[in-house]
Design a protein around this ligand. Structure first.
Ligand code: FES
Ligand SMILES: [Fe+2]
Length: 402
């Protein structure tokens, strides 16, 4: 069981908190590259780990992520002019470069911002501990093989990520929402194997950078159907595809303790995404979500009860009455409250992946507090793939994962 103290430690990510210090040791997705499309484009407000920041691309195309507020009188630099190699405050004209150095006088806080895989990544930790650039497989495939979107979720990052680790919920929450989706539809063989064993075994295993969350179903008398989802420190998931579908992934980045940025990734390691897959992603199918124009707020959100359709629910067209896999996840997870009350839970065997993830996060935060490096910073740990396969029953799990 997760205690109230552990729940605090797991969910608070401000500067100086145990989890905040852990998250600050990793490169984190901060924005989509398309949010800063060209030199001297408008600056963008970014809140991450409770810190209010401004991202901008200067005249030379260099990227910066600095304190949102001017050192002079605390005005938001979002109103600033981005010109001639820096961002100039609109109040009295103080000017800052991409590192936060004020050309006139002093320096604001500033973090590195690098573009990789269609995403702008930042590292908010101590400069002398900066890890190598992120190396997740989806970053390095050609752009034609990848699609990344972003949405705001109005809950703490952890309950959002725990939804991603809890594969059993698909059978209920997402029932009726995958059959005709170009990104999620199941091939007949997998669908038959899923149906064939309605009570899978859950076997989460530690990996160097997180967990392999293995779900094992019996096939006939002598085989197993394995599906392996990955958790990677501190806030990444990877999902196996069905058939030749693209693979999926998420990053659940704390915006503050009550909100998170959800980055949704589709990628195929071997082929370009098809026109139907790309169009599906753009229009909010698969793990993507239709957004209010000019924002990252989902069209269906808590203000409109996620546009729940009780008729569709009654007619069993969807299990929850909410449309779309991503909106279903957001609706259910936001309904737990801004920060889920973990001490009040009643966890069961199928929640083992969630329990182990909490343990990995707490252990890693303790390692950082002791002055050690956290796990999962190196490319070898990040280069894992979610997968599914059918094996003979006698194959040891290490070989299944190999
Ligand atoms: S407040 Fe920014 S220059 Fe005065
Ligand atoms: Fe889900």
């Amino acid at each position: 069981m997760t205690t109230a103290e552990e729940n605090e430690a797991l969910t608070r990510t401000g500067a100086g908190t145990p989890m905040g210090e852990l998250f600050r040791r990793y490169w984190l997705p901060a924005l989509l590259a398309e949010e800063l499309p060209e030199p001297d484009c408008p600056p963008v407000r970014v809140k991450l780990l409770g810190e209010r920041l401004i991202a901008f691309r200067d005249t030379a195309g260099r990227l910066g992520l600095i304190d949102e507020f001017c050192a002079h009188r605390g005005v938001s630099l979002w109103f600033g002019r981005n010109e001639e190699g820096g961002l100039r405050c609109s109040y009295h004209g103080w000017k800052y470069d991409i590192t936060g150095q004020c050309v006139e006088i002093m320096k604001l806080k500033g973090y590195p911002l690098v573009e990789r895989g269609g995403v702008l990544w930042t590292y908010m930790g101590p400069a002398d501990r900066q890890p190598p650039a992120p190396a997740y497989e989806w970053i390095d495939v050609p752009p034609a093989q990848r699609y990344v979107s972003k949405r705001l979720q109005e809950s703490n990052y952890l309950q959002a990520m725990e939804g991603g680790l809890d594969s059993i919920h698909s059978t209920f929450l997402h029932r009726g929402s995958v059959e005709d989706d170009p990104l999620l539809k199941r091939d007949p063989e997998s669908a038959a194997m899923l149906k064939g064993d309605p009570s899978p075994a859950f076997l989460p295993l530690d990996s160097p950078g997180g967990l392999h969350i293995c779900t094992r179903r019996k096939v006939g008398d002598d085989r197993y159907f394995w599906r392996v989802t990955q958790f990677l420190m501190p806030c990444f998931n990877l999902f196996p595809p069905y058939g030749d579908n693209p693979s999926g992934g998420h990053a659940w980045v704390p915006r503050d303790d009550d909100n998170c940025w959800v980055f949704n990734i589709d990628y195929h390691p071997r082929r370009a995404l098809s026109a139907a897959e790309r169009e599906g992603a753009k229009t909010g199918r698969g793990v993507h979500v239709p957004l209010v124009d000019g924002s990252f707020l989902p069209v269906a959100n808590r203000r409109n009860d996620y546009m729940i359709d009780r008729t569709a629910q009654k007619a069993r067209r969807t299990f929850s009455g909410v449309l779309g896999v991503g909106v279903q996840d957001a609706a259910i997870q936001e309904s737990m409250g801004l920060i889920a009350d973990r001490p009040a839970e009643h966890l069961v065997a199928t929640d083992k992946g969630i329990v182990m993830t909490r343990r990995r996060l707490l252990d890693a935060a303790q390692s950082v507090a002791r002055g050690e490096a956290p796990p999962g910073l190196d490319a070898a740990a990040q280069r894992v793939r979610a997968m599914s396969r059918v094996t003979p029953r006698e194959m040891p799990v290490e070989d299944v994962l190999a």
